[in-house]
Design a protein around this ligand. Structure first.
Ligand SMILES: [Zn+2]
Length: 120
C-alpha cells in the first residue's frame, strides 16, 4: 500500500542521491579543517584560539553531516527493498509532504513525535 506515485518516488530518490553527494563532498572538503592544530609557536595565541574555535565548528558540522549521511544511506537501502516511505516503527505511510522536506525521514510524524516526547 503505497500512496507515493512513481514520479514522487523517483523525485525523492533523486533528492536522496543528491543529498548524499553533497554531504560526502562536504566531508571530503572539510578533512583539513578537522585535523589537529599544530602547536607551532609561529602562530599567535589568538590565532590559535580562532583556529581551535574554527576546528570545533568544522568537527561539529562533520558530525552532523555524518549522522545525516547514515540516515540517507539507510533511506536508500529502504528504497531498494521497497520499504521507502513507510515508517520504520509503525509501517504507516510517512507522507509525501514530510518526505519532500526530509527525504531521509525514517518515522511518520506520529512516531517521531512519540520518540521526541519519550526522549525529552
Ligand atoms: Zn510511525
Amino acid at each position: 500500500m503505497h500512496e507515493l506515485t512513481d514520479q514522487q518516488l523517483i523525485e525523492l530518490h533523486r533528492a536522496l542521491v543528491e543529498l548524499r553527494r553533497e554531504l560526502q563532498k562536504q566531508l571530503e572538503d572539510s578533512t583539513d579543517g578537522a585535523k589537529p592544530i599544530s602547536l607551532d609557536a609561529s602562530i599567535g595565541r589568538l590565532t590559535r584560539m580562532d583556529a581551535m574555535q574554527q576546528q570545533s565548528m568544522v568537527q561539529a558540522n562533520r558530525r552532523t553531516a555524518r549522522t545525516r549521511l547514515t540516515r540517507i544511506e539507510a533511506a536508500l537501502r529502504r528504497y531498494h527493498s521497497k520499504a521507502y516511505g513507510l515508517c520504520v516503527e509503525c509501517e504507516e505511510e510517512i507522507g509525501y509532504a514530510r518526505l519532500k522536506a526530509q527525504p531521509e525521514a525514517p518515522f511518520c510524524i506520529g512516531c517521531q513525535g512519540n520518540r521526541e516526547t519519550r526522549d525529552a
